[in-house]
Ligand binder design. Structure first.
Ligand SMILES: [Cu+2]
Length: 448
């Protein structure tokens, strides 16, 4: 087995003659810029030895082959992103998107990554988790000068003998550039496909944003009090659903470049964490979980067999992270009788919205009738086949079906007759039986 240093040395030798420092690219060597369209059919090249990763609400990064070298052209630029219908955010991203298109390689690939800076300030790009020569690590000021506006720089290295889920992001004015959405996945597939490879392989980047109600641009100065929580820069119901056939082995790769840790929970199934951005986890070290904590600055790959047909919620378990446009200065009116109060206040303040006395669920219905500030989503939204789902943010649906012609969204689950929880009438309630059970209970307090 080679040491890690030998891996890197090996990688360098494979590209003999190439410089080990990122450098400015010459105009004649730069590939054309491609801004791939969302919802394009999944790209699977005929010579491909692996199944492409699906980036919900996203796409794969296009590349060209040049003399056996995989060449990508990444463009850092200002973009607009629709978080969900009704809200467009002025972001920064790569090749027209946030997260940027997903880079996919195979162990041992030689890659050239051209990075053009179309921002008004300098940037750099770091390949999070990859063991590459230090001069290619992309830390502005430390391993290279910053990439100034208008410049194109070249990173070139051999993908080392590691595989898994990595990320790319700026290492220059990170606070602003990442707050505005600059990040993407860098997936390395193993050279030899494992015997149990995934039928469906998803990549979901977790992020947080502070887009104050009525505004369009994220506030990069916010440290903890974020109000938008996204899967691949989308909030529910703008998040694409994950579709699997019953019996499929499903892999989900989570990446977190936000400022919070996210416990991501799946219903109806349990998964195992099979890898982190530090490497694969041996089977003996994997244990079943229904919630995986994805800490800041890491990736977690989970795998499970989708063996339970239905529409299963898949969401962050921090309950504020499944809300949209949270307002934080609301008085707590739970339990307060507001009879007549809202009429009086409305007379003084047109558009006044009373907060819930018995909970907040009514907010979703109210939001339909009382629009908030422009470009601001209601706190809760999203409807299912039975009504309001009262969720937003980091929420999507895992759709498992016995019969699927394709992995296109199959619509809502058709529940087998009699398999849905139902309302009962008093006559259905087994009082008699309860009484019997009560009578059978040991009486601890009697006689002492
Ligand atoms: Cu969360």
């Amino acid at each position: 087995m080679l040491s890690r240093r030998q891996f890197i040395a090996h990688g360098v030798a494979a590209g003999a003659g190439a410089a080990m420092l990122a450098r400015r690219a010459r105009a004649d060597e730069i590939p054309p810029i491609v801004r791939p369209k969302l919802n394009a059919p999944r790209a699977q090249r005929p010579d491909q030895t692996f199944a492409s990763v699906v980036t919900p609400n996203g796409v794969a990064m296009p590349f060209r082959m040049n003399d056996g070298v995989k060449e990508f052209h990444i463009v850092a630029e200002a973009i607009e992103c629709e978080f969900a219908p009704g809200m467009n955010v002025k972001c920064w991203g790569y090749n027209g998107l946030t997260p940027g298109p997903t880079i996919e390689c195979v162990q041992g690939d030689r890659v050239r990554l051209f990075v053009t800076n179309r921002l008004e300030e300098h940037t750099s790009i770091h390949w999070h988790g990859l063991f590459i020569p230090c001069g290619m690590d992309g830390v502005g000021g430390l391993t290279q000068p910053q990439i100034r506006p208008g410049e194109t720089w070249l990173y070139e290295f051999t993908i080392p003998e590691q595989h898994g889920t990595f990320m790319y992001h700026p290492h220059a004015d990170e606070m602003t550039q990442m707050a505005f959405g600059m990040m993407g996945f860098f997936i390395v597939h193993p050279k030899r496909q494992p015997s149990e490879s995934a039928n469906q392989d998803f990549a979901i980047m977790l992020h947080n944003w502070a887009v104050h109600p009525g505004t369009y641009r994220p506030d990069p100065a916010v440290m903890v009090d974020f109000n938008m929580w996204t899967f691949n820069s989308r909030v529910f119901p703008g998040t694409e659903h994950l579709v699997a056939r019953t019996g499929d082995r499903v892999r989900i790769r989570f990446g977190n470049l936000s400022m919070w840790n996210h416990p991501i929970h799946v219903h109806g199934h349990a998964w195992r964490v099979v890898a982190t951005d530090g490497g694969q986890i041996e089977p003996a070290g994997q244990w079943p979980e229904t919630t995986v904590l994805v800490p800041v600055g890491t990736t977690r790959d989970v795998e499970f067999i989708a063996d339970n047909p239905g529409d299963w919620a898949l969401h962050c378990h921090m309950s504020h992270h499944t809300m949209n446009a949270m307002a934080h200065n609301i008085a707590n009116t739970t339990g307060v009788d507001q009879t007549g109060l809202s009429d009086k206040i409305s007379a003084l303040l047109p558009g006044y919205m009373p907060m819930g006395r018995d909970g907040m669920a009514e907010m979703q219905d109210m939001a339909m009738h009382m629009p908030g500030p422009k470009n601001t989503l209601p706190m809760m939204m999203g409807e299912g086949q039975f009504g309001n789902i009262e969720m937003g943010g980091m929420f999507t649906v895992l759709k498992v079906r016995d019969d699927l012609a394709s992995y296109d969204d199959p619509g809502w689950y058709r529940f087998p007759e009699g398999s849905v929880a139902r309302r009962v009438t008093t006559s259905d309630v087994p009082h008699q039986r309860d009484q019997m059970l009560m009578d059978d209970m040991p009486k601890h307090n009697s006689g002492s």
